[in-house]
Design a protein around this ligand. Structure first.
Ligand code: NCD
Length: 301
């Protein structure tokens, strides 16, 4: 990924936002959506994007497919190659999209691979920050743009992908807050150190909230824990819960993001705060995924 590609994708997403009539650029094209894990937003936004572009979508969930009969990922992908122009896939295992891509003749779009990556969410998150704040880093202000990541940073794939994209920008700084044992993976912090971007870990929300320009909250990824690990996700979320009282200390220009679904990390009475943009993020996601599909399927960037 490069800044040039990112900029083109954002420009194309912007154009789609302003379309009044549906397009037919995907007429005759089919997206196959393969989900080995639950999804609300990613699945619906890819489908919505495809519909808006005049194409179609085939949705297949693990529970209703031959995967239940023991079919391998490779054979499933070879089969779906016969139906679609691209495959969007979500899978519980890190690295599974690479395995899928190695046997596929059509592009594989990673819609989340275990606690690995979630690149299209990262693209829509970048688009959200850019649209809401007008810029990402750069000539932001005298201080760097500070992005605060909080929650389960070890297992949140959306964070892993977003932080890699943010590394393409200058004048930014990362702040981390997570429950003990759920810190950002060292392969990511080492990558950021090599690039030379400032990153700090803090232990109290009150230290970080007043200086953050973007707050990116995530839920405890319960499904990634070993069944023998006795975790109490609710208690962990309460350690960094965002409330209206806490937001009194935040900058008026700050934006609060969350990939959703939310559990207890943001109380619902925060939703009416204009700085809470997590529901707007969903809408940005549809335009960004339209731009992504145009790029991947129609080679139109
Ligand atoms: C995220 C995911 O699946 O990683 N959801 C999403 O795609 N918007 C976040 C999560 O499940 O916590």
């Amino acid at each position: 990924m490069s800044r040039t590609i990112l900029n083109s994708l954002m420009q194309n997403a912007d154009k789609m936002k302003h379309w009044v009539k549906p397009s037919d650029s995907m007429r005759g094209k089919t997206l196959v959506s393969l989900y080995y894990e639950p999804s609300t937003r990613t699945a619906c936004s890819f489908q919505s994007a495809m519909i808006k572009l005049g194409g179609s979508n085939i949705y297949l969930a693990e529970k209703f497919s031959s995967i239940e009969k023991g079919e391998s990922l490779e054979d499933t992908i070879r089969t779906l190659n016969c139906y679609g122009d691209a495959i969007v896939m979500r899978h519980p295992k890190k690295g599974s999209s690479e395995i899928a891509a190695s046997v596929s003749n059509v592009p594989i779009i990673n819609a989340g691979d275990g606690n690995g990556e979630h690149p299209t969410q990262a693209l829509l998150d970048i688009y959200t920050i850019h649209s809401e704040l007008g810029t990402i880093g750069g000539k932001w202000s005298n201080t760097p743009m500070r992005i605060l990541f909080l929650g389960d940073l070890k297992n949140s794939r959306t964070v892993h992908s977003l932080i890699r994209l943010l590394c393409l920008y200058e004048n930014i700084e990362f702040i981390y807050i997570s429950p003990e044992g759920l810190e950002m993976p060292s392969e990511i912090t080492e990558h950021i150190s090599r690039i030379g971007i400032n990153q700090i870990t803090v232990y109290h929300l009150l230290e970080a909230i007043p200086i953050a320009d973007v707050v990116y909250a995530t839920r405890i990824q319960k499904e990634r824990f070993d069944i023998h690990e006795n975790i109490n996700a609710k208690l962990l979320s309460l350690q960094y819960q965002i409330t209206p009282e806490l937001l009194l200390k935040a900058k008026p220009s700050m934006i609060l993001m969350h990939p959703l679904p939310r559990n207890d990390e943001i109380t619902t009475d925060v939703d009416s705060d204009p700085r809470a943009v997590y529901f707007k993020q969903i809408k940005y996601g549809v335009y960004m995924r339209m731009a992504i599909l145009e790029w991947i399927i129609n080679d139109n960037l």
